[in-house]
Design a protein around this ligand. Sequence first.
Ligand SMILES: Cc1cc2nc3c(=O)[nH]c(=O)nc-3n(C[C@H](O)[C@H](O)[C@H](O)COP(=O)(O)OP(=O)(O)OC[C@H]3O[C@@H](n4cnc5c(N)ncnc54)[C@H](O)[C@@H]3O)c2cc1C
Length: 439
Amino acid sequence: MMRRYVIIGSGAAGVAAAETIRTLDASGLIWIVTADPDGYYSRPGLAYYLTGEAAREQLYPLPNHYWKELGLRWHVDEVERVDPEGHRLVMKGGKDLPYDRLLLATGAKALLPDTPGINLEGVLKLDTLEDADRLLKLARRGQHAVVVGGGITALELAEGLAARGMHVHYFLRGDRFWSGVLDETESRMVERRLQHDGIFLHYNTNLVEVLGRGGRVSGVRAKTGDDACEMACSVVAVAIGIRPRKELAEQAGLLVGRGIRVNQCLQTSHPDIFAAGDAAEVLDPRSGEYVLDSLWNPAIEMGSAAGRGMAGRMTPYQKLVPVNVTRLGGLVTTIIGQVAAKRDALLVDLDLPGIMRGDSEVFRQHPDAVVAQSLHDGSRLRLYLSGGRLVGALIMGEQALSRPVQRLVRSGEDLGELVPQLVAPGARLDEKLWEFVKN
Ligand SMILES: Cc1cc2nc3c(=O)[nH]c(=O)nc-3n(C[C@H](O)[C@H](O)[C@H](O)COP(=O)(O)OP(=O)(O)OC[C@H]3O[C@@H](n4cnc5c(N)ncnc54)[C@H](O)[C@@H]3O)c2cc1C
């Protein structure tokens, strides 16, 4: 009998699972059911679409005929309910689909604050291509926009709106950018770049209310310390974090934590249902904790491992040290493993209380480690060393060391005599690391 596979979600995890299943089961029936009418595209690429550096077509890494060749069936609708015992799911449009193996690759969704006025037309978030299209439609040269939140997505929104000619006001609740991951030197490097690009930074500033006229955003009310102010604007863009989409798993009675809880083979508490990607919560072998990631590559790796299990080849998912290579205020930045900047023993980012896009909870595990750091020629290198090994690193600016350092963190290689050289006051970390990796 032909096995019936159903995958909910057309993102990185869902598509990787479908591709893997097909390599192991040439005749199985594979459905992708997705609520996203735009299908499979690069979500990290949305930032470049907003600034105009990438055209809409460039977000699609695969041609249309690829899906036909893979023998996939697509259905665009939102799944409302999963019945684990009946092995079927029910969609909003009323369609009912049976399965033998199911994958929940439902991703995560942006959180919005419960600020008055948050539902007005002109309040934006950035989850999907549809959100990016809406932003481009509303961005008006010469008008004012307010950006609220932290981390990579807030920057992408600010940079996108600025690139479209808007006057952008970026509200930070604290006194610096992304304090949960960057140290003060790095925050200031990013902030200077934003200011250079004409973005106005408002520190210690809270959004109190979004003001509207005729159902549309007309301004904001904000508070800086004890001072209240009103500012006219036509757009408010929000990036205060994301939450895994675990509602279907909850409704189906599966085990959930902050995400959908899975075992090493990405099986949920029901043996025929798997979960992968941003929606899943997996065990981090290094810390022994269940963690969430919102990273493109781990989503693909999880999707592939889940696909193998669904096709009957159970394979443990090897959770690697998380890495993100991204752009912060125009500075290419690689973040690897544990890099939380210790901040008066209080690791709280007021702009971003949880996880966001391009983030891993592992980044914010503060290691019991020695920090070595250097800043040369406008480039920053920060290393965390524990037990003679590198457990995390942040490289901002010049990226020649990005790959060798990723390799050192991932392999856990003993650095031996290099350690005292790296932690010596005033050490040129880049030169020492180069000598080490070349030998
Ligand atoms: C703006 C932005 C910037 C990013 N930047 C980076 C970066 O710099 N580096 C990096 O590594 N990662 C980045 N990411 C994160 C990365 O894109 C995600 O980690 C990855 O896309 C997760 O893939 P996924 O398949 O788990 O979920 P998603 O890609 O979110 O896909 C989830 C799918 O599930 C569908 N779905 C959900 N619920 C239902 C339902 N009930 N019924 C039907 N379908 C449903 C959705 O429609 C969607 O198709 C970024 C993401 C965004 C949005």
